[in-house]
Design a protein. Sequence first.
Length: 409
Amino acid sequence: MSVRISRRAFLVGSTAVAATLPFPAVAQNKPVRIGLLTVKTGPLAQGGIQMEQGVTRFLKDRNYTLAGRKAELVVADTGGNPAGTKTKTQELIERDNVDLIFGPLAAFELLAITDYAAQARMPILSLAAAEDMTQRKPNPYFVRASATSAQTMQPLADYAAKELKLRRVITISEDFAYGHEQMGGFQRVFEDAGGRVVKKLWPPLVTPDYTPYLAQIAGVDAVVHGFAGSNPLKFMKQYKDQGLKLPVLGGSTACDDALLKSFGDEAVGMVTCCGYTSDLDTPSNRRLVEGMVKDHGNIPGLYAAGLYINGMVAEAALEKTAGKTEDKDALIKALRAVSLTDTPRGPFHFDHLGNVVGSFYVRRCERKGDKLVNTTLKTYPNVSQFWTYDEKWFLAQPVYSRDYPPLKS
């Protein structure tokens, strides 16, 4: 049973309604089929489940109709590993005939399917932050409305050096591409601003006990972590249990809004940066927050918001193509040309490589009454994946890795 794809078909709407829409000919054809690559087991399942919640919320808000066509969602659980992601991607494309794919979640999943998906000319809108997908080895059928791994860490590093006046930090994150690239981006910007990363710690993705790593934290101004999924909960609890008092900073997944109800006081004071924040006051974000609270009793985080935003990008592109999806080159061109103002993450557009250019929010976790909330401290507008660096220079450097940039002696 493990390889059987889970699927949900949303085929609602009526002929009477469709006839009033601007694309009546297309509306009578087959539905737009969106394949969702998500993960429902393991340490990344928290995010994967929220991804499905976000895209489902979007489709509900649109009455499961995009650009005059009914919409069908086909959900595939990758198992959170490259082999499973490859299998599910092939099934979505070859068996289920999807028109475009949302997901997957993790960088290592995305890297496992990029060549196959590009050969199949399949448009992919993913949260996966793998840098080179929109840098040194760009996939021409890929669009990312969230961020690269380093894109959120660059404003955080700037804030840490210039606003918090931090000088020496230790970084800690999972020992895989997302962690490496997050910390590489932080290190470069932080050190260019006069700071110093004195140690980099790399626990495996599945680590039950962080004690050996926590024992190495000393002699610095703060700790910067990039844990994802449910790992931030485990790490911060053990951090408090070890009696550590140093300030903690983190990336977009470190103190995700959807995790706040599961944190205790150990999260209070944590400063993070994200391309989405639930306190952003836009019409679309208010609608998303209200819908998620109604459906699931919790505010959305970046995983749910990211998939909701992917839906908005797909909708805008389909309106440009008059609802047509057969010409994949025309569809990806329309996707990359999308520029939106009212979204749950604020205004954004895409660069020539298909990566988002938009606002990023530095927040602090605070207790207000009986709830934890992320309060925005500073907004960095129009943040590029290349930060303020020259693009040609940036792309000539090695991709961020476990050992790059190296520690200074």
